[in-house]
Design a protein around this ligand. Structure first.
Ligand code: F0G
Length: 356
């Protein structure tokens, strides 16, 4: 029977006894082999994508949200709030709706991808745009939850991290052990923190081993690479457009403990990887979700990472449908033709055929 993550893995998570069960049957996302992409990076290793875009609201946030909202309901909360670059907002809105709670989301004006904003609105959240960054929004929601009884469901909330550990459990269950290397995008740094906690927990109970972590930020929003906050973060990967990651210290510690690193890649590298993944493997992810793979490609090409004979998992955090506008800008407009065979033949026979 299909179950939610708390039923499946709750016994391994540090959740209080009052925790309720609010679920959309999240998790259970596939681990998809991408041999063509691996060959492009030099080959000789296994590359698998943990496709988190297949969660109920289209991102990995649902893993943390089932836990955070379940805990909030259990302790009698009536409303939840979060700051978000978009995915957390859509996920919080959906799980709040499911639980019958009110939901307020604070987002940076004009910097949230269309599919995420539409999601938050569709699920009925009160959407508030601020003239500022995600970091400003986070500061405000932390402050308001200190003053009023509204539950904070950003990844500062420890139960978000607990829920997100389940992705590491699933990877170990699928592979029979931890992979050698895990690469993933880093924004507010909750997810890399959760993965590391999850792998450590599974290693304790199942002896599944530990991967090295490669965390990847966007160059214009790379406080953990620069070693200081970024006042005006900018990147095409709006999901990770964050200058003061709330769990930055933990993320750096996790990367170091694992023998890995946090690095940065350019927007051009991110978009090129998004294109390759979609056009050569059939997996469409939002730009931020391609950052982990872009970082992997960069490190392998530079000879800083030897992946030969290894098993590498790349976490693709959100679905491509979240950000359709980026594709409209990056690809040519589809042609319009007259409804005749001449016109169709002319256009079809012009275009090249692809070699498999
Ligand atoms: N990928 C996507 C698609 C995201 O939405 C986020 C974060 C990340 C990666 C980075 O994860 O913050 O745990 O390091 N999105 C948050 C949001 C900030 O509000 O949706 P992180």
């Amino acid at each position: 029977m299909t179950t939610g993550l708390l039923d499946r893995y709750g016994h391994l998570l540090d959740l209080p006894p009052h925790t309720a069960r609010v679920t959309l049957l999240e998790g259970g996302t596939p681990l998809i082999p991408t041999p063509r992409l691996a060959r492009r990076m030099g080959g000789g290793f296994d590359l698998l994508i943990k496709y988190e875009g297949l969660n109920p609201t289209g991102s990995f946030k649902d893993r943390g949200m089932t836990a955070a909202v379940s805990e909030a309901v259990g302790r009698g909360a009536k409303r939840v709030i979060c700051a978000s670059t978009g995915n957390t907002a859509a996920s919080a809105a959906a799980y709040a709706a499911r639980a019958g709670l009110g939901c307020v989301v604070l987002i940076p004006e004009g910097k949230v991808a269309a599919g995420k904003l539409a999601g938050a609105r569709a699920y009925g959240a009160q959407v508030v745009q601020i003239k500022g960054s995600f970091d400003d929004a986070l500061r405000l929601v932390v402050e308001i939850t200190r003053r009023h009884p509204i539950a904070l469901v950003n990844s500062i909330n420890p139960y978000r991290i607990e829920g997100q550990k389940t992705a590491a459990f699933e990877i170990c269950d699928d592979l029979g052990a931890a992979p050698d290397l895990l690469c993933l995008p880093v924004g507010n740094a909750g997810n890399i923190t959760a993965y590391w906690g999850g792998f450590k927990r599974y290693d304790e109970v199942k002896g599944s081993g530990l991967p090295r972590l490669l965390g990847v930020q966007a160059e214009g929003a790379a406080p953990l690479v620069l070693g200081h906050p970024v006042e005006k973060p900018e990147t095409v990967a709006t999901a990770i457009r964050i200058g003061r990651p709330a769990r930055g210290e933990e993320a750096l510690r996790a990367a170091e403990e694992s023998g890995g690193r946090i690095i940065a890649v350019s927007d051009a590298q991110i978009l090129e990887m998004q294109r390759l993944l979609a056009q050569e493997e059939g997996i469409w992810v939002e730009p931020a979700s391609a950052a982990g793979l872009a970082g992997l490609a960069q490190e392998v090409a530079a000879g800083r990472l030897d992946v030969r004979g290894k098993r590498v998992v790349a976490v693709c955090t959100g679905h491509g449908l979240k950000d359709p506008d980026i594709i409209s800008r990056a690809t040519p407009q589809p042609k319009v033709i007259a409804p005749t065979m001449d016109a169709l033949e002319e256009i079809v026979l012009q275009s090249e055929e692809r070699q498999p």
